[in-house]
Design a protein around this ligand. Structure first.
Ligand SMILES: C[S@@+](CC[C@H](N)C(=O)[O-])C[C@H]1O[C@@H](n2cnc3c(N)ncnc32)[C@H](O)[C@@H]1O
Length: 280
């Protein structure tokens, strides 16, 4: 028997409440896709790549039971600290956090039965190196599952962005916009990266979700937009032209939102499951 007959997590305590407030909203739709599909088994070792503030590492480690040893690797110090405090709160003894780059994982070859990564791949500086390292540490029988957002994320927003650049005759920024949009992979480019890393794809699921805002001003000022996105948009423009662009862009977004009754943004999601090639 486990210790659940004596273990308490009092929801009135601050640390337990912050544990309850567990998952960034941005990560949740991808997380549900992952949680609905990852293969469950009696595993020895599980690894999550880019666990951020602890998702899905902490949740999956508990779903797999405490006989499975769980490991997570991430290089984001503040998030690492947050994940560590969640683990301390729930008194989990089978999770090891590694602060570092997943291009170089300090664990043996053929070690993991399951590797996951929620929203990691678009954020890795060298995705191919990370995937090759995953291939090294996964067992020949292991499964690697990842989710990612695809090119086409916020397509409505980027169409108006492009139209505004053209309207202002700021054509020199079009190639920067294209590079920015294409830093997110397509289904094909994600599969290609996995195949180049000697994985064989065994399952693919594609779906969409939407984020809704009153208008462009609400979206641009939303705290998550400021944390996660605004810097790359601001950095695209020379100082003198930045405010000219954003003044017109915000107005164009707001006109579009008024006409549609809201600003509804699409996010295409991909879940991929794969196995290590037997020939390598
Ligand atoms: C969008 S966040 C996703 C975080 C978390 N999995 C979630 O679903 O909320 C991407 C994460 O990948 C991490 N990351 C980026 N490059 C990495 C690398 N080379 N090695 C390990 N983690 C990395 C980032 O620090 C960040 O925590």
């Amino acid at each position: 028997m486990d210790n659940y007959l004596v273990r308490n997590l009092d929801w009135q305590l601050d640390n337990v409440t912050s544990q309850y407030d567990e998952l960034p909203l941005w990560s949740s739709p991808f997380g549900l896709l992952l949680l609905d599909n990852f293969p469950i088994g009696e595993y020895e070792n599980y690894l999550d790549i880019g666990f951020g503030t602890g998702f899905p590492l902490i949740d999956i480690s508990q779903r797999l039971g405490n006989k499975c040893k769980a490991y997570g690797i991430d290089q984001w110090k503040a998030a690492f600290n947050r994940a560590a405090s969640k683990i301390e709160t729930i008194k989990s003894e089978n999770i090891t956090l590694i602060e570092g780059d997943a291009s170089n994982i300090s664990l043996p070859d053929n070690y993991f039965d399951l590797i996951t990564s929620n929203l990691g791949i678009n954020n890795f500086e060298n995705p191919l190196t990370v995937l090759k390292e995953c291939k090294r540490v996964i067992k020949p029988t292991g499964t690697f599952c990842l989710t990612t957002n695809l090119t086409g994320t916020f397509s409505e927003f980027y169409q108006i962005y492009r139209d505004t650049i053209i309207e202002l005759q700021f054509d020199k920024y079009i190639s920067k916009l294209n590079n920015h949009i294409n830093h997110r992979g397509t289904e094909e480019s994600t599969k290609e990266l996995l195949e180049k890393s000697c994985f064989t794809i065994t399952k693919t699921i594609k779906s969409n979700y939407t984020m809704r805002f009153l208008n462009g001003s609400a979206f641009l000022n939303h705290s998550f937009t400021i944390i996660g996105f605004i810097e790359s948009w601001r950095n695209m423009f020379d100082q003198a032209e930045k405010s000219i662009f954003f003044d017109r862009f915000e107005k164009n977004l707001n006109d579009y939102s008024k006409q549609k009754g809201e600003l509804k943004l699409t996010i295409p999601m991909l879940y991929i499951e794969c196995k290590k090639n037997s020939s390598n």
